[in-house]
Design a binder for this molecule. Sequence first.
Ligand code: ATP
Ligand code: MG
Length: 723
Amino acid sequence: MDVSRLLDELNDKQREAVAAPLSNALVLAGAGSGKTRVLVHRIAWLMEVENIAPFSILAVTFTNKAAREMRGRIESLMGRSLHTMWIGTFHGLAHRLLRAHHAEAGLPENFQILDSDDQYRLIRRILKSLNLDEKHWAPRQIQWYINGNKDEGLRPHHIETHGDHTQQKMRDIYAAYQEACDRAGLVDFAELLLRAHELWAKNPDILANYQRRFRAVLVDEFQDTNNIQYAWLRMLCSGNTNNIMIVGDDDQSIYGWRGANIDNLHHFLKDFDTPTTIRLEQNYRSTGTILKAANAVIDNNQGRLGKELWTQGSEGEPISVYAGFNELDEARFVVSQLKDWLQQGNALKDSAILYRNNAQSRVLEEALLHEGLPYRIYGGLRFFERQEIKDALGYLRMVNHPHDDAAFERVVNTPSRGIGDKTLTQVRDTARLHNCSLWQASHLLISEGALKGRAANALQGFTGLVTELEQQLLDEPLEEQANKAIKHSGLYAMYQAERGEKAQARLENLEELVTACKQFIVPEEADEMTPLAAFLAHASLEAGEAQAQLDQDAVQVMTIHTAKGLEFPLVFMAGVEEGMFPSQMTNDEPGRMEEERRLCYVGMTRAMQKLFITYAESRRLYGQDKYHTASRFIREIPSDCVLEVRLKSTVQRPIHNRFSRATSHEAFESSGFQLGQRVRHRKFGEGIVLNYEGSGEHARVQVNFDEYGSKWLVLAYAKLEQA
Ligand code: ATP
Ligand code: MG
């Protein structure tokens, strides 16, 4: 291969990084400057020029999707398949290690991954078994505490409580939780990382093996590594035979709330052997205007490492800011702009709607559905996290590994088979007493005749069903296993009996699960596992980063956190108002405001050509209407980068960052009505004025009627009255 090809389409600084001599290196650069591109070319360079085998390369990405894309790009650059190269997320890689060395890691061969929802349920059960009241010991907080300690590498016996009663109790809960996990062969997400770290710490020969193997280690989005991930990398590279290149941007550190430590960027420079630092400064992603605006916003943060970003590209269009009257109006505006985008001959998949909180997606989704625009949600309502899917997976997990207590609890009485709380308490107590799984405890109780007639029959019904399923599923292809589990467990019939739209959607999801099984290809790293075990691990790890078919042209909908590293020609940032973004909680914690601002920077720099920022002046939150003003982040954008948008009929005029309610709707209000006003219509009854367009005899208003929903009416004919 002509290696100069690997340096084509790179600027001088990027080339310097790609062709750097083997040593440790930090590539520090702002958004869209080609950090990820550098990593891709660097990996190809290492193989081609430094003769490092794919087998000896370890690359870490932030999401599974990013890992797949990176592998695809390197393979197309090299023109061959590179299956022996390890590319994945920290969690994915840790999982792989633990599978390969489960015995040394103290895990059963078929250990299961406990996702965040399962973890929460398990914690609640532990609290119950310890007779602790959830009111005083909030399960979410315990979950936070356990994961936080694991992220710091701390086991219960490491934790100093200084005689503090609450601290001691928390530590005891953590210990009881961990015992329950160990007993059932369950590994939560934080545990994956901690175990993988301990595996190496306790087994120097295994560590040495990987140190010899991975001559090159590469890490993307390094600014968001947490302490245990950092320690893991450091241990791997302590053999001095490895070279590590990390790329990152301190301005894009947005997971501090989840334990990521921005200081790891600084630590890297002193903990690793003589690293070189390379800075990239040219941005290839966004227009000049978007870049100028994003730079101005992030400039309000203190103590940055400092980077100047410039672009050769055109200035592009101004950023459009739209003040919705409420969140429905905001969503409607976004959808109308998307329709324009589509009409101009663009593809929907080139557009993204980003928001601060998952809960914001519902209104946006409804608006998209209403207009029939296909969309794909990343994160949030994840496919593999839905109730019915987790039920079905629960049965599959029982078949795969009946000692999986989390799965047992999930499905033992779903569908209902008359197993009451009392029986379950007995099962749990027995399990604790004998230090065995719930499954074993059930058998014990049944064989000892310790249960009364009806209870015994009910529990036996369940154990019998699982045993039967196990036999029926034997040697079946994966999709048939899923199909049988769904049907024979009674899940399908249960949702069928429920009726209604929601139940229908659940049935469709169950069918989709069978399809997912059919499409599932056992990944290389899981070739020693059964297809079922591999699929279950996949379901836990990926939790459906995307859920719709990939080939469909659809708007991409996700939180800003999820959008990290991605780019789209058209971007909407919705809900950019004080109290939402920055969020209400920001004022309570030091450093949070700066993290929110970095999040805003990440969001804005996802846009390539056109950025819309929208907010709602009033928003219904948790059943209450809240009134908000434009976010300070909007006010931090230089006014020459911004255009306030009015709907079609009205003229677009530049604004000087005066986002007040008073000035925005003057024209309409001269007609005698106001946005937000209650009105009465002869036929449709009462409703609220949501929007308007046009003027004179063409003026139309949109009214959200209490009974009939939202309608557009010609003002001249509608004969609206004030209600
Ligand atoms: P982020 O900080 O958001 O993760 P990044 O620094 O990783 O961004 P990339 O995603 O690698 O940036 O690159 C941004 C865009 O610029 C991509 O579309 C990439 O293909 C393009 N790009 C990067 N370098 C060049 C170059 N030298 N010539 C042309 N396009 C480039
Ligand atoms: Mg990147």
